[in-house]
Every structure is written in C-alpha cells, then in structure tokens.
Design a protein around this ligand. Sequence first.
Ligand SMILES: [Ca+2]
Length: 194
Amino acid sequence: MRAVDSESLNKLLKKFKKISDKNGLVEKEKFKALIEAHFQGSDGTLNRMILLLFDRDGSSTIDLREFIMTLTLISSNSADWKGRVELAYLSADLNSDGSITRDELRAVFRTCKKVHIYAASNKTKPLDSITLDPKLTMTVHEEADGVFDAIAKADPKAITKDELVSACEKDEGIRKKILSTLVLDHTKAMIDGL
Ligand SMILES: [Ca+2]
C-alpha cells in the first residue's frame, strides 16, 4: 500500500469521524443511506458493490482501517491495475462466496449501466428514475456474458479471483471492461462530499 501524506490522512480521519458511531464503526445502514443520498436512489446491487469495496472482513461495518485502506487505493493514481482488479473482484462477488457467477456479473453490468446513465445526465436523472428497457437489458447481459465466457475456465458456472486476474493480465480488452465496473470515482466523490 502506498503511503498517505498526513494532510490527506487528516482529511480522511475527519470524514470518518463524521459518519462513524460511538464505537468507531460505520454501520451498513448508515453507509447505505449515504450511497442512496449521493445517487438519489436505491439500487441494492450498487449498495452492495460499494459496501464490499470497504468491508474487507465481511463484518457489515466499516472500521477506520478499512475506510482508509480503500480510499487510499481509490485515490492513488498509480497504474496498479492489479489492485483495482482485486477491488472489482471484491465488489462483483455480491454474495461474498468466493467466486463471481454469471448472474452476479450481469447484475453488476446492469447497475453500472444505470450509474453511467446517471452520470451522463449530469446527475439530473436520479438513479431511482432510471430503468433499463428489455432491449437494453439484453444488450448489457450480452456484454456481461461475453466477458464471463472469456474468463470462466475451470468452472463454467463461476469465475475465481485467480481466473479474473490472469484474464485481465492477458487481455487488455477484458481488463478495461472489468475495470469499468468499478464505481470508484463516484465512491470518491461521495466521500469527498461528506
Ligand atoms: Ca458470488
């Protein structure tokens, strides 16, 4: 992990203090409320994806160490694609069972499409007002399936972390698509706005 300068560390500490409870934790529900306020809407997959970026130990709460670790990783401009692919892996394994299924990847792609529409509207379209029509849903699923089928090797039903990392290493196209599922900029903006 790259070192954080003390100024940005102080900033992060202040933000964390704002949102954490008396036990020094950010509860899942509190975090969910922050996400829904930022995106002006409720999307279960998005809530889960962003929580998973932070909640490394799966405790459903975010502690200071997790908060700083993830934001440092998000903020670093380094070309550490591996670290980012690992984040993409964490947030796409929606049920945290250690692999990504076709349905999980489809759900992630659908949510990312909605987030892209939200961002492209300059945030004038609340996330809650965005639905994908059947045709667009099919297109998004085809895109997700294309990535899934290119990666799934040992088990055609699920992608492991090793498979994901190695596919991203070999194929820049896959890497780009996987990295585009990360909602890091939005997450950073959400925290910056606290
Ligand atoms: Ca899973």
